[in-house]
Design a protein around this ligand. Structure first.
Ligand SMILES: CC(C)(COP(=O)(O)OP(=O)(O)OC[C@H]1O[C@@H](n2cnc3c(N)ncnc32)[C@H](O)[C@@H]1OP(=O)(O)O)[C@@H](O)C(=O)NCCC(=O)NCCS
Length: 136
């Protein structure tokens, strides 16, 4: 997990104790994609901040397995398991791949957090409304 986190996020990689926290906190949804005994992707959703909103807090796929639908599948299953009517996330303004993924998955940009990242880059906040998802 820590290796994959570094591969996916480089400068934004979380320390291992934060990873353990996000993966083991009971209120979170965390999923991994595995191929040939190797973790090739992961997603985590945070349910604790607001009753009607879930936050996708991390999503990454190993470089060798990208553009094969792994992230889309993880995201969709995570959304379903979170069972919240509104799902939010934030992404670096220049992260074209992730922005394309979220747009294709039905997310819309709602706001900008100026200079959110440690190097001063803005975060774009996206949300998706999932009607009736709490019931399936
Ligand atoms: C962003 C990321 C998770 C996408 O993972 P993935 O498994 O390759 O995504 P998918 O194969 O499910 O892609 C679904 C769609 O997203 C869009 N997309 C994904 N990567 C793209 C890219 N590099 N360029 C343009 N569009 C892209 C495409 O529309 C794609 O559909 P298509 O392949 O049919 O055209 C992956 O590139 C990654 O791990 N990046 C580093 C970590 C990161 O930025 N995470 C998001 C943080 S907010």
């Amino acid at each position: 997990m820590a290796r994959l986190e570094k591969e996916c996020f480089a400068q934004d990689a979380w320390p291992w104790w934060d990873l353990i926290g996000v993966l083991t906190f009971r209120g979170n949804v965390s999923l991994k994609a595995v191929k040939a005994d190797q973790m090739i992707g992961f997603v985590a959703g945070d349910l604790k901040q607001a009753e009607h909103t879930g936050w996708i807090v991390t999503l990454g796929v190993a470089a060798a397995y990208r553009r094969q639908g792994v992230a889309s599948t993880l995201l969709e299953i995570c959304e379903r398991r979170m069972a919240r009517p509104r799902i939010c996330l934030c992404v670096r303004r220049t992260n074209q791949a992730a922005i394309a993924l979220y747009t294709k998955a039905g997310y819309q940009q709602t706001s900008v957090w100026r200079s959110y990242y440690h190097d001063g880059e803005d975060a774009l906040v996206f949300e998706k409304m999932l009607k009736n998802r709490g019931e399936d």
